[in-house]
Design a binder for this molecule. Structure first.
Ligand code: AP5
Length: 210
C-alpha cells in the first residue's frame, strides 16, 4: 500500500505514521527526518536546507524530489510505503507521478491551527533516535529522557512559536492546495485529529480500510 499523510505541521502525521508502519509492515519516509539527519551530519543537503528549515520555509522542490527519488528506489519500498511530509507542493506531487508512483490513499489529518500551536509547544524529540514525545499527551516514562535510547530530549528549533506561525502560513499557502489535487483524483480521505493519539489512530486505520 502506498500512502501519503497530509496535514499541517504538528497535526500528528509522524505519530500516526509510526503506528501504520508497524501495522502494515511498510516503511515511513519522512522528508523532515531525512533533512534533519542531513543537517546533523553536516552533509551538502543539510547545508543547503538549513536556512529554509530553521525559518519555517519549505526547502526547494528539486532538493526534496531528489531525496524521494533515491529513497523510493530502495528495496524496502517495493511492497509499499508511507510518505510523511511529501509531497508538500503541487510540483512535488507532479514529480511523484512522473516517477511512475501510483498512490493508493491520501489521508489528511485535520487539526485546527490553534490546537496545533498548543501541541507544538509541548513536543519534545530525541536527538539520538528521533523518537517524538509530548509533555502532556505522550510523555516519556522518565521526564526529559528518551524511552528508547536514554538520550536527553530537546525541543525542535522550528517548534518556537514564531517559526510555528510561519510554518502554518506556508502550509496554508503551498501545501493545502494538494487537498483538492488529490480529492479530484478520488484519493483523499479526511481524518479529524482527536485529543487522544489512540482515537486518531483508530480513525486513520478505518480510513485506510475504507
Ligand atoms: P517536518 O518534519 O515534515 O515537519 P511538519 O510537517 O511541519 O510536521 P511535524 O513533524 O512538525 O509534525 P507532525 O504532523 O509529524 O506531528 P507529530 O506527529 O510530530 O518538516 C520540517 C521542515 O522540513 C519543513 O518546515 C521544511 O522546511 C522541511 N521539509 C520537509 N519536507 C519537505 C518537503 N516535502 N518540501 C519542502 N520542505 C520540506 O505531532 C506533533 C506533536 O503533537 C507531538 O508532540 C505528538 O506527540 C503530539 N500529538 C500527535 N497527535 C496527537 C493527538 N492526537 N493528540 C494530542 N497530541 C498529539
Amino acid at each position: 500500500m502506498k500512502i501519503i499523510l497530509l496535514g499541517a505541521p504538528g497535526a500528528g502525521k509522524g505519530t500516526q505514521a509510526e503506528v501504520i508502519s508497524r501495522v502494515k509492515n511498510i516503511p515511513t519516509i519522512s522528508t523532515g527526518n531525512i533533512i534533519r539527519e542531513a543537517l546533523k551530519s553536516g552533509t551538502e543537503l543539510g547545508l543547503k536546507a538549513k536556512e529554509y528549515m530553521e525559518a519555517g520555509k519549505l526547502v526547494p522542490d528539486e532538493l526534496v524530489i531528489g531525496i524521494i527519488r533515491e529513497r523510493l528506489a530502495q528495496q524496502d519500498c517495493q511492497n509499499g510505503f508511507i510518505l510523511d511530509g511529501f509531497p508538500r507542493t503541487i510540483p512535488q506531487a507532479e514529480a511523484l507521478e512522473r516517477m511512475g508512483v501510483e498512490i493508493d490513499k491520501v489521508i489528511e489529518i485535520y487539526v485546527d491551527d490553534e490546537v496545533i500551536t498548543r501541541r507544538m509547544s509541548g513536543r519534545r524529540v530525541c536527538p539520538g533516535c528521533g523518537a517524538s514525545y509530548h509533555l502532556e499527551y505522550k510523555a516519556p516514562k522518565k521526564e526529559g529522557v528518551c524511552d528508547n535510547c536514554g538520550d536527553t530530549l530537546v525541543q525542535r528549533q522550528d517548534d518556537q512559536p514564531e517559526t510555528v506561525r510561519e510554518r502554518l502560513k506556508v502550509y496554508h499557502e503551498q501545501t493545502a492546495p494538494l487537498k483538492s489535487y488529490y480529492a479530484a483524483k478520488g484519493k483523499l480521505f479526511v481524518v479529524e485529529g482527536q485529543e487522544e493519539v489512540a482515537d486518531t489512530t483508530r480513525l486513520t486505520l478505518e480510513a485506510l480500510e475504507a
